[in-house]
Every structure is written in C-alpha cells, then in structure tokens.
Design a protein around this ligand. Structure first.
Ligand code: ATP
Ligand code: MG
Length: 400
C-alpha cells in the first residue's frame, strides 16, 4: 500500500546573535516568537491564529508559506535565516517519502542543483540512528529517486535539511536570508528625528535592528514648506514601521514660525546650529514623555557643514538625552546602499524641502564656538519656544 504523507507546512526561524546571550537566551527567544506572531498578523492582515513554538534554539511557526509570509518574516529583526518546511510523522518511511516529494518540488521550481547534501539535526532523539546515519540513508533515497544528483559533503550547492523531533519531523529545501540583528523590544526605546531625507530613515532602521523600538518626530517648517513634506515624512515613517511589530506614531512639531523668529534675531551663520540645538531640546522633552531613552539622528561626520565634530558637540550639549548617530561613519554611497536594501530609497529621493535649509546661510559656521552660540541664544526666548513646541506637538493623522 502506498504511504500518504501529510502536507502540513511550517516555517523555521534561525537566529545567531541572540543564541549567544547566555542566561537571557530564553527571554530573547520569547521576544522573537512574540514579534513573529505580531508581524505575521499585521502583514497578513487577519486574525488567523498563528501558533509559534520555541525549542532547542529554533522558533517554529505553524503556518503556510506564501509571498506574504515571506515578506513579513524578512522584516523581522533577530532572524538570521528562515525556511519553509514540511512536517511529517517521525519514522523512516514518512521521512524518506516526504523528502523525495520535497526534492521533486524543489527541482520543478528551481531546476536541478549541481550537488547536494542532507543535514540532519536530531534535537530530540526519537530515532535511534545518529544524525550522520540519517543523512546517508535519506541521501541514498534521494539519489535513488534522482540518480543525476551528486552528493558533495564539503561544499554542496544545495542543502536538504531535516529536524528530527519526537512526534513530527521537519524537512526544508530552501533558506531565505533574514534581517539579522536583535528582536525589537530587547533594548530601550528611542526617538528618531525624521527629516524626510535619505539618512534619517536608515538611522531609525539601524536602531530597530539593535532591538530598540523607535518613535518618530518631525520638525515641520510650515507655512514655509507645504504639506507634501509631511506626507513624505509620514510615508518614510510607515516604511520604517514595517520593521517593528508594534508600529509607533509620527509626532509633528510646528517649527516654521519658530525658525522665522530665530532668523529675525540671530546671526545667519549660526542659525543651523541654533535650530539644531532647539530641536534637541524639544525632542528631549517629547522623548521623556514617551519614555524614550535616547535620540537618533541621521548625521554622518563631515557630510554637511553642521556635521563637523565641533558643531556636533555643541549640538549635543543642548540635548538632555544621549544622541545616537548610527550613520556617523557612513559615507553617502554606503547610506544609499542601505536605503535601497531597506526599501526607503525611492521615497527619500522624491522632491521635498527640508525645514533645516529654510533661512539657512549659504556659508554656515563649521566650527561653532560655544560662547558665540550662548550669546546668540541669550537673544532668544528658548524656554517659551520649547514649551510652545512641546504643547503643540501632535500625532500625525493621515488625511487620506
Ligand atoms: P537626512 O538625509 O536625514 O535629511 P541630511 O543629510 O539632510 O539628513 P541634515 O539636514 O543636516 O542632514 O539633518 C541631519 C539630521 O538631523 C537628520 O538626519 C535628522 O535626524 C535631523 N533633522 C534635520 N531636519 C529635521 C527635521 N525637520 N525634523 C526632524 N529631524 C530633522
Ligand atoms: Mg535633511
């Protein structure tokens, strides 16, 4: 009688870095499993219960594989790679037949690979053989069914994986690269300053990749810039939010009138730094209200006049929280490559005026003197600016 092996599907998540976390490992895995569940629910857009189990340094998701699940999981930080799998009962016959069917499926889709090997992982010792014995028995069954396939144990072009567990075992033939990093929520929250350019969305994604949930703030230059700027920053926020299981809002601070008021009272060469220092003060207050522990900017050393070490240290002094600059050593080409990799590039290069270029001098100071900046700030009602700005900060609500 012909054996009918069930077609139950599952997905295997692998992780590197979090496995190194010693005693915290369980906590990290728990976070990853929870994030996986949330991401799938969000991306798949339904409430279908996706069960996620974690055991032996693996997270297994019991759900079907399609382009939507693949997209959802490729946005999940903490995953080094993932594989669609087929679950079969743990016995030799089911395994052999399941593997041969999966290999056939693979070859139909991707063509015949130059060489292969079987790699078994016995996380539960349900079968008496060693992993190597299972490798060679299953490898033999594959070769019998597909005689042209060659085995190469050292550098195979393709790997067929088997995870042996007590009741069910799993077979995988494909491996997709994950987003890597740490699960979001395993580090403290941060507030990202989003300007609508190329750099800040990449900086925000880098913070997420290190496990920090990210909230967003934009200093809005209206009435000197139009709502298209806000739409653009909002779209970038949405793109960054795809990488966190709990999306966070964009806070918008009306800044145009404040900039105009500063421009009327101060030396044009120092304005960019004065705006930046004020942004830091306001962002600090908003961050504290949101329980964020640091500010994130897209600055990189020497990229523009305000991003010299001297200017950055004067800007830092106005912040009441650490200012993290994930892109500090990146050059523009590297940032462009990152933006393309994470999917923010196309939106970032769309036209839009940045509020910081408003009222800016063409030759701003590149070596700010703290004493000169202090003298300029004495001319300004700083506390009032901060109070008004924090009070009028609002969550961006989409108009469409
Ligand atoms: P980006 O590509 O992110 O716009 P940039 O190269 O244009 O950066 P700047 O305009 O000097 O550089 O801005 C440096 C950083 O300051 C930005 O990455 C962002 O974090 C922050 N920033 C600048 N303008 C704003 C703004 N209007 N609202 C919020 N943050 C801002
Ligand atoms: Mg900018």
């Amino acid at each position: 009688m012909e054996l009918v092996v069930p077609h139950e599907r599952a997905i295997l998540l692998r992780y590197n870095e979090i496995a190194l976390k010693g005693d915290n490992r369980g906590w990290f895995e728990e976070k990853l499993a929870l994030n996986a569940r949330k991401m799938l629910k969000r991306h798949l857009g339904n409430e279908s219960l996706v069960s996620v189990s974690r055991k032996y340094g693996r997270v297994i998701i019991n759900t079907d594989w399609n382009l939507d699940t693949q997209a959802a999981l490729s946005h999940l930080f903490g995953v080094s790679s993932f594989s669609p799998m087929r679950a079969v009962p743990t016995n030799h016959e089911s395994l052999k037949q399941g593997v041969v069917e999966e290999v056939e499926r693979y070859i139909k889709t991707w063509g015949s690979p130059a060489s292969f090997r079987v790699m078994t992982r016995r996380t539960e010792k349900a079968l008496p053989e060693t992993s190597m014995q299972i490798d060679s028995a299953i490898g033999g069954a594959i070769q019998k069914a597909f005689p042209s396939l060659k085995v190469n144990l050292n550098s195979p072009a393709w790997t067929v994986g088997i995870e042996v567990r007590n009741e069910k075992s799993y077979i995988w033939t494909e491996k997709v690269e994950g987003a890597a990093g740490l699960p979001v929520g395993t580090n403290g929250s941060v507030l990202a300053l989003m300007s609508g350019g190329l750099d800040s969305p990449v900086a925000a994604i880098k913070a997420l990749k290190r496990g920090s949930p990210v909230s967003f703030i934009h200093f809005y230059g209206a009435p000197f810039v139009g709502p298209e700027v806000l739409e653009k920053v909002n779209e970038l926020t949405r793109l960054v939010n795809r990488y966190q299981p709990d999306p966070k809002p964009l806070w918008v601070v009306p800044f145009g009138k404040i900039q105009e008021s500063i421009a009327l009272k101060t030396n044009p060469k120092m304005r960019t730094i004065l705006y930046r220092r004020l942004m830091m003060r306001i962002a600090t207050e908003v961050a504290k209200n949101l329980d964020c522990q640091a500010l994130i900017t897209g600055e990189s050393l020497g990229q523009v006049a305000s991003q010299t070490l001297e200017n950055m240290s004067v800007i830092n002094e106005a912040a009441g929280l650490p200012v993290l600059r994930p892109l500090i050593t990146y050059d523009k080409v590297e940032i462009v490559n990152e933006a393309k990799k994470w999917g923010t590039y196309e939106t970032s290069i769309r036209h839009g005026v940045d509020c910081c270029t408003l009222f800016a001098d063409r030759h701003p100071t590149i070596r700010a003197q703290k004493s000169a900046i202090d003298a300029q700030e004495k001319l300004l009602p700083l506390e009032e600016y901060v109070r008004t700005a924090v009070r009028s900060a609002s969550r961006f609500l989409e108009t469409k």
